[in-house]
Design a protein around this ligand. Sequence first.
Ligand code: ATP
Ligand code: MG
Length: 567
Amino acid sequence: MRMTKFLVRTLRDDPADADVDSHRLLVRAGYIRKVAAGVYSWLPLGQRVLRKVEQIVRDEMDATGAQELTLPIAQPLELWEKSGRDKTYGPLMFRLEDRKETGFCLAPTAEEVITSTVANELSSYRDLPMNLYQINWKYRDELRPRFGLLRAREFLMKDAYSFHTDVEDLRVTYKEMYDAYHKIFTRCGLTFRPVEGEAGEIGGDINHEFMAVAAVGEDDFVWCKSCDYAANVEVAKRQPAQAMPSENESQQQPTRVHTPDMPGIAAVAQHLGESEDVLLKSFAFDADGEMGLALVPGDREVNEFALARAIAPKKLRVFDDNDFAAHPELPKGYIGPHHPSVAVVVADPSIRADHPWVTGANEVDHHITDMWCDRDFTVGIWADIASIQSGDECPQCGKALSVDRGIEVGQVFEIGTKYSTALGATFVDADGVSHPMVMGCYGVGISRTVAAITEEHHDDKGIAWPASVAPFDVHLVALAGKGAAAEEVRTAADALYRDLRAHGIDVLYDDRDASPGVKFADADLIGIPVQLTVGAKGLARGVVERKLRASGERDDIAADGVVAAIR
Ligand code: ATP
Ligand code: MG
């Protein structure tokens, strides 16, 4: 493609409304343009990347035997009334009416439509399993559309839905989809981890979110760079802390110290000249009417989800100001675990450490030093309730864990029979008995993935696409200039352009009458993996200069051997 004929206008300045790199760079480099909040046009460059990602997804879906179809974007609300989701989706749904005032919505997802389609087409156990997918635009009137393509109101999604006779059969397809997602995001050049979500209410419903590691992600998660361990912060574990018996128990008795106006860990630690991790953090809660304390080292937070699991079936309610007002014997900021009114003490195993603790004295402006676990306070329930920090040991391999943010680029989900029951997708088994089909659903945010790839693959000059999704293979720059050799350079570059294309190599050819500085800056901004420069000096030596966008590596290749070198 000749740039003189191509719709690409790079912008010198960042768009004012862009607060993440992917949004900023995709607009500046001429891939997308905003039309309304969370709604974008995909210019030809952007379209090419979108198609590349789409094709990777399609290849991997097809490889599993899933079948592609297209479902409508305009969906009758009636279907959503049957599943009850017209209510639960609420204002997230774009709604419209036709001329007869029949309610429609713009597809936010397609469980209802696919299930009613399957209900009409399939009826026997012999028809199952069946896995169907589409790649189509989705619409969600997000409360806060932001971060460009990452949280848009119109976005491209691959959504697959599988139908089964039973859960065992569903699990086979679920695993195939899980593996396909691994291949998809690997081919897209993303650093990612599948993270298991919390099991649904009924239990047994498995789901995994595929998280691309990115500082701008909206979800915290814990992962290991050395192995495949990854988990949501709520369920993440670390190598269990060694439960060390207190052999060195000193004769030193607990000592009350004055800590005026110091309800915070940091201030007390500083005042006593201690590090924060020898202070005991006591976190007050209510468990079905009983008062409880959760204990973690002072440099950690309490993982409330883990705490809730530890006290189940009792229900956790974190103390609020009213609770503290009702319990003056436990002054906020000065709580210690040694008070008789505390009924439940839950502690992280790290509290068994071989050193004494500094705790609150249960008296305003006072703490106590030299408090030993088991000697001066006791613990009822031991559970991993301390928040995970970067550097903690991986529960699988022992290497350092990382706590990072992730972008959810895909999700695999066991649905069960919710939609098949609501929309009548039943099958008859070998004995002639009718059952609702068991379903799974599997989404990939294709446009979001384009943004996630940009987040991972860019530098201060622009985007640096992985070859698998780049809009072109080669960015050819002709430096014809105005000198005597201008014609020769142009002729050589034109010939090279034709030659590369004849060999199936996609080329963006900068044949514009612009300065070298502008051309190189645009090439770096647009981010095609290989840049080739044809100039008078090189031609005099019989070479073309090659630069790899991502690494910046440069070399000269013989002008008559370019095609072979690129391939
Ligand atoms: P989120 O939690 O980010 O709102 P979700 O869990 O509601 O997403 P799903 O219903 O699982 O999203 O949709 C499947 C995929 O579609 C997601 O994994 C994500 O990649 C993509 N997606 C969802 N919402 C958006 C959006 N507003 N903009 C771009 N992509 C989106
Ligand atoms: Mg999701």
